[in-house]
Design a protein around this ligand. Structure first.
Ligand code: XMP
Length: 523
């Protein structure tokens, strides 16, 4: 396995995903882990990530000196290259111009990392690579023992290597897709240089994960909060495969779910897979408590509190349960680790299930802790979950509660649910020549209920009905997002179907705001 030392770049997680895609297990850890940690981890290779820090500063972020003594190959990326140079006796200076975006570099020397990998060939047979750059500082002198591996005009040392110690470094980012040969470069590093095998894949993961769950829980009973979302669904399927009826799922129907969502969850889990699911119909409680409340944050608090109360009440009926299973995934783990080392600001409790309290006195079972989202999805498929469920867009914990602006009324939820289902149906039906639907091309899509009424005309009559706004965004991280440029005919079909089929709505708008400054949800 590979160890990635995180110096805090935005794209460090992408490095981990490229390595995993190459079939090799890897973990991300803070840049300052020491010798003891590294020895125990027993990496086959170490990768130093990029960073916003400057390698020139005196008290800057460094790798533990043991990284360069561990006797395993090391690959430095961007800042990782600069700190490698600075720590091993080379030179780093502040470049006068920042190099940001697409660039071309020329490969030099015969390094195991880049030899034979190129996008095009020059007249003298030299190889060129299209790469993505993002840096201000640059390496200006090779450390002893190093040779030049890549260069361009803006960055005369854009890559370096020490063939004896198997140290490699590049100024560009092979993990972003703009670096076309990036995948090949990572494959080279992990397979040919580090000698790691391709053992990381979901078919191999399943039996190991099942064994681990069995070892962990023994004969104990486990409860899990099913939300309808991907992570909890995959966790439930995996744990059920491991321990069968020792698992009980609690599904709190808040009345704020999507159309038929509750029934679909029961159909998939209870009926098809034979999982024990307690469905708690709590919608009346939710609507009662939300009556008259219009403030978004207050609504979130009420929904979160009620969810926990309902879950706890149900959990008490299972006094033998010793474990609480959660669909925590690797990005959540990295974020909370980051928070402990002061690199990130907030610890994220698993907000999809409303952050279940410690007062349940249960031990945590988190079988997806080491998986990225795309791995959770392939695991879900491997376990036989329906594709539709596995590739479902994310849905916020407070559900329709934050998509009905202002006070949440059951009759408004009913209108919204039907409008939303039509929009999603049209997105799924609109397919490219290669069969990819618009649903799959956007990261999240939904309808929002606006509690304003406008005048319309239907047949010979005048209507005075509500408005829904449609929202579809493209994003990978949900921190920033662009409104999706959906085809007009698709929007037109969704609009006329909603107005014709959902009595009570006579106007449909499309939200063309990006995040920032807008957010994805309206509340
Ligand atoms: P915003 O609206 O903040 O949304 O741009 C970013 C992503 O987070 C989801 N979201 C939530 N998820 N509880 C959740 O579990 C919440 O209170 C919540 N608010 C927003 C939103 O759907 C989008 O994917």
């Amino acid at each position: 396995r590979i160890l990635i030392l995180d110096f805090g770049s935005q794209v460090t997680q992408l490095i981990a995903r490229r390595i995993r895609e190459a079939g090799v297990y890897c973990e991300l850890h803070p840049n300052d882990v020491g010798e003891k940690f590294i020895r125990e981890y027993e990496p086959k290779g170490i990768i130093l990530s990029g960073s916003h820090a400057s390698a020139i500063d005196e008290d800057t972020l460094k790798a533990d000196p043991y990284v360069f003594k561990a006797g395993v190959p090391v690959l430095g990326i961007c800042y990782g290259m600069q700190t490698m140079a600075a720590q091993l006796g080379g030179g780093v200076e502040n470049g006068k111009v920042r190099e940001f975006g697409y660039a071309q570099v020329r490969a030099h020397g015969h390094s195991k990392l880049l030899d034979g990998i190129q996008d095009r060939q020059g007249p003298k047979g030299e190889g060129y690579l299209d790469v993505w750059m993002s840096h201000g500082d640059k390496v200006t002198a090779l450390p002893p023992g190093f040779q030049l591996m890549a260069s361009n005009d803006a960055c005369p040392i854009a890559g370096m290597f020490d063939p004896d110690r198997e140290f490699y470094a590049v100024q560009f980012h092979p993990e972003v897709t703009h670096t076309k040969q990036g995948t090949k470069i990572y494959n080279r590093f992990v397979h040919d240089i580090c000698g790691a095998g391709s053992q990381w894949n979901m078919p191999e993961f399943v039996p190991q994960a099942i064994q681990r769950i069995r070892d962990q829980v023994g004969k104990d009973e486990v409860i899990l909060g099913l939300s309808g979302g991907v992570d909890s669904a995959v966790a439930a399927a995996l744990i059920h495969r491991a321990i069968g009826d020792q698992l009980t799922c609690i599904f709190v129907d808040t009345g704020l779910l999507r159309l038929n969502e509750g029934d679909q969850v029961m159909e998939t889990f209870a009926k098809h897979m034979g999982v024990k699911v307690d469905r708690v119909n709590a919608s009346e409680d939710f609507y009662r408590e939300l009556k008259g409340v219009a403030d978004p944050e207050q609504k979130r608090k009420i929904i979160g509190r009620l969810f926990v109360e309902e879950f706890q009440r149900e959990a008490k009926k299972l006094p033998k349960a010793k474990w609480l299973a959660q669909g925590t995934i690797y990005p959540d783990v990295i974020e909370s680790a980051g928070a402990k080392t002061g690199k990130a600001v907030t610890i994220k409790s698993h907000h999809n299930v409303g952050g279940l309290p410690e007062s349940l006195h249960l031990k945590l079972l988190e079988p997806l802790r080491e998986l990225f989202k795309d791995e959770v999805r392939s695991l879900g498929l491997e376990l036989g979950l329906p594709r539709e469920m596995v590739f479902r867009h994310p849905f916020p914990g407070p559900g329709l509660g934050v998509r009905i602006l202002g006070e949440v009324k059951p009759e408004h939820a009913d209108l919204l649910r039907r409008a939303d289902a039509i929009f999603i149906d049209e997105l799924r039906k609109a397919k490219d020549a290669d069969g990819t639907s618009w649903y799959d091309k956007v990261a999240q899509a939904f309808a929002v209920f606006l509690p304003v009424r406008s005048v319309g005309v239907m047949g010979d009559g005048r209507t005075y009905d509500y408005v829904v706004a449609l929202r579809a965004v493209q994003t990978t991280d949900f921190m920033t997002a662009h409104w999706a440029e959906l085809p007009y005919d698709l929007l037109g079909r969704a609009s006329s179907r909603i107005i014709n089929e959902v009595r009570g709505i006579n106007r449909v708008t499309y939200d063309i705001s990006s995040k920032p400054p807008a957010t994805i949800e309206w509340e």
